[in-house]
Design a protein around this ligand. Structure first.
Ligand code: CTP
Ligand code: CA
Length: 220
């Protein structure tokens, strides 16, 4: 026993992954969300588990098959995701923030279902959510933090700006305007950056393969 077992690169490491989109309610039955499927985050979680890590996933709304062999924590809103991430953060070695967190939430959450008594127009006021990545970037001690950046233009420029602004060790940029990349598909085209610039540009591949390559780079 044991003599055939290769050492696993993330053995003994605690990996925290966020996945999916947040839900921001404005009444008990209505909310704002986005197109995130959670596939990329779940693929990262499974790849980390296969590499030997102890994996916790904090997931919002998803439409992908749930990862097995990980601790899965379900949340709805950006605020709930923030609290769950902060609870896990200090204990984590690697944090991978694949979730599509809402930038804005309704200013008022009504406790009763809204009735259409206001006439022909309804104005929904929104306010900014807390940036989770920026918050943990400020708290960072020895964690490796990996952010994501979904862009349609100036991909490298915006990605490097987010890396610096949010104090990340790596940022994974995906051009969501490219064919075969982005929110709901099974494939992705990602570029991985660190403080020095481009680390690796991956061609179109399955989200599983992209997740595996990303974790190999982070594990180094
Ligand atoms: N993010 C976060 N909390 C937020 C918004 C974003 O933690 N309230 C994280 C995402 O999980 C992702 C990274 O920040 O890892 C980048 O998200 P993105 O939407 O690309 O960037 P933003 O900073 O929100 O900028 P913008 O949407 O204006 O491009
Ligand atoms: Ca955003």
């Amino acid at each position: 026993h044991g003599w055939l077992t290769l050492p696993k690169p993330l053995q003994g490491k605690k990996v925290l992954v966020t996945a999916g989109g947040t839900i921001e309610r404005f009444d008990p039955v209505r909310y704002l969300t986005n197109d995130s499927s959670g596939k990329m985050g779940f693929a990262v979680a499974e790849a980390a588990r296969e590499m030997g890590a102890d994996v916790t996933v904090i997931a919002g709304r998803t439409s992908a098959v749930e990862p097995q062999g990980v601790h899965l924590i379900r949340v709805e809103s950006a605020e709930q995701m923030l609290q769950a991430v902060l609870t896990e953060f200090d204990e984590s070695d690697i944090v991978i923030k694949a979730a599509a967190v809402a930038d804005y939430r309704p200013k008022i959450t009504h406790h009763q279902k809204l009735k259409k008594t206001g006439g022909d127009e309804l104005v929904l006021e929104l306010e900014r959510t807390t940036d989770i990545l920026e918050t943990i970037g400020k708290r960072k001690t020895d964690q490796v933090i990996v952010g994501f950046a979904a862009e349609t233009d100036n991909v490298e420029g915006y990605a490097l700006d987010k890396l610096k602004r949010k104090n990340c060790d790596f940022i994974v940029a995906n051009d969501v305007s490219a064919e075969g990349a982005g929110f709901n598909g099974d494939t992705n085209i990602i570029s991985i950056y660190n403080e020095q610039g481009l680390v690796e540009r991956l061609p179109l591949m399955s989200k599983q393969a992209a997740a595996q390559r990303l974790l190999q780079i982070v594990a180094q």
